[in-house]
Design a protein around this ligand. Structure first.
Ligand code: SF4
Length: 360
């Protein structure tokens, strides 16, 4: 029996797929078979429900010392008129404004690696959230930021996480994973944390009962094998800890990036987006949730993704700067009723959730 035949038999039997079987499914390129198979997995985990959250993104700064070739968001301090750094007064104004959002349940904070801000700045920003919005969950900071906090504070990763938990962080953001291959990272983000460091932060967070998300950035210089290995690495850590809540897929947006110009990259097409989403749903049998992040995918493709195994459209956002810096054409925010309409049109049940997938 070849890998494709065994993949199809295992999918029918609901069994775990191997690397070769996932690669065979990718190569076969039968999009509708992948969709149907992924949709069955989604429905076995979350039934007819599709989730969304009323949340607000806060990006504290875009001034960054890492200069990753993949990034359109970063600025050097004083470099151009795009550079910004919120002081705590600015953060307070944003949060006071967010307090008027009906049903707000999550603040999401991710930023760049500012060259001079110290760790207490980020801790104080989290404390402000808890002061102004005491009932709201704080999903904040990627492992890339956590490794940087450890570096600038002289603390261990566990100590950094402990201090953030004490300040009010309730889950870690899943970004910065890109592709968990140091070959790829050397090209796309050589100054970011290594693949092992990213995984170690997640392992430590889970050991402290701090849930996290996971992600993959695809469509740049990685091979298909590296994408599948990335998924299997996440699956292995999830077997070990069970601490990942949801998986997010990010197609690479090459506009305004050094990487896009150097390799003459174009954004992958919708076929690839939907195929990767279905393949991810099939590979990550131990993840309950796979998100279709509408900002990255656009609303029409995110809606279609609900037929390819996604069970969550993420949130209302309020404002988003990082992906839009790389040319995303989607609106920076969306209303609750728009999200509900998008979900209802697919026949699924719109289900508002909090940060931990409890129904609101
Ligand atoms: S991807 Fe993150 S770490 Fe890299 S340059 Fe951009 S903001 Fe900085």
């Amino acid at each position: 029996m070849n890998s494709l035949q065994s993949a199809r038999e295992k999918i029918s039997a609901g069994e775990r797929l191997t690397r070769d079987e996932l690669l065979a499914l990718y190569a076969e390129n039968d999009l509708l078979y992948l969709a149907e198979s992924a949709r069955r997995v989604k429905e076995s985990k979350t039934g007819r429900k599709v989730f969304y959250v009323v949340n607000r993104h806060v990006n504290l700064t875009n001034v960054c010392s890492a200069n990753c070739p993949l990034c359109a968001y970063q600025c050097r301090s004083g470099d151009d008129n795009r550079a910004f750094t919120l002081e705590l007064d600015d953060v307070e104004k944003i949060l006071t404004d967010a307090a008027n959002v009906n049903g707000l349940s999550e603040i999401h904070i991710v930023s760049s690696l500012h060259p001079t801000k110290n760790f207490s700045y980020y801790v104080d920003a989290v404390k402000l959230v808890k002061k102004i919005l005491p009932r709201v969950a704080v999903n904040a900071f990627t492992p890339v930021e956590i490794v940087n906090f450890a570096k600038i504070s002289g603390m261990s990763v566990a100590e950094v996480l402990g201090e953030l938990i004490a300040a009010g962080v309730t889950s870690l953001a899943g970004g910065g994973a890109e592709i968990l291959s140091d070959r790829v990272r050397q090209i796309i983000c050589p100054k970011k944390c290594t693949a092992d460091e990213w995984l170690e932060v997640m392992r430590t967070a889970h050991s402290l009962n701090l849930p996290t998300n996971a992600s993959m950035l695809y469509g740049h210089v990685e091979t298909i094998e590296e994408r599948v290995d990335h998924l299997l690495t996440l699956r292995q850590l999830q077997d070990e800890t069970g601490g990942f809540v949801a998986m997010m897929l990010f197609p690479f947006h090459p506009s305004n990036t050094q990487l896009g110009s150097r390799f003459n990259l174009r954004r992958v097409g919708s076929w690839e987006d939907l195929k990767m989403l279905a393949l991810t749903r099939l590979a990550l049998d131990n993840f309950v949730h796979v998100k279709a992040f509408w900002v990255m995918l656009t609303l029409p493709i995110a809606q279609l993704a609900l037929s390819f195994g996604a069970d969550d459209l993420d949130g209302t956002l309020g404002e988003e700067k990082i992906i839009h810096a790389a040319g995303a054409q989607s609106s920076p925010s969306i209303t609750r009723s728009q999200l509900e309409t998008l979900i209802a049109e697919t026949g699924y049940i719109p289900t508002e959730r909090d940060s931990f997938y409890r129904e609101v």
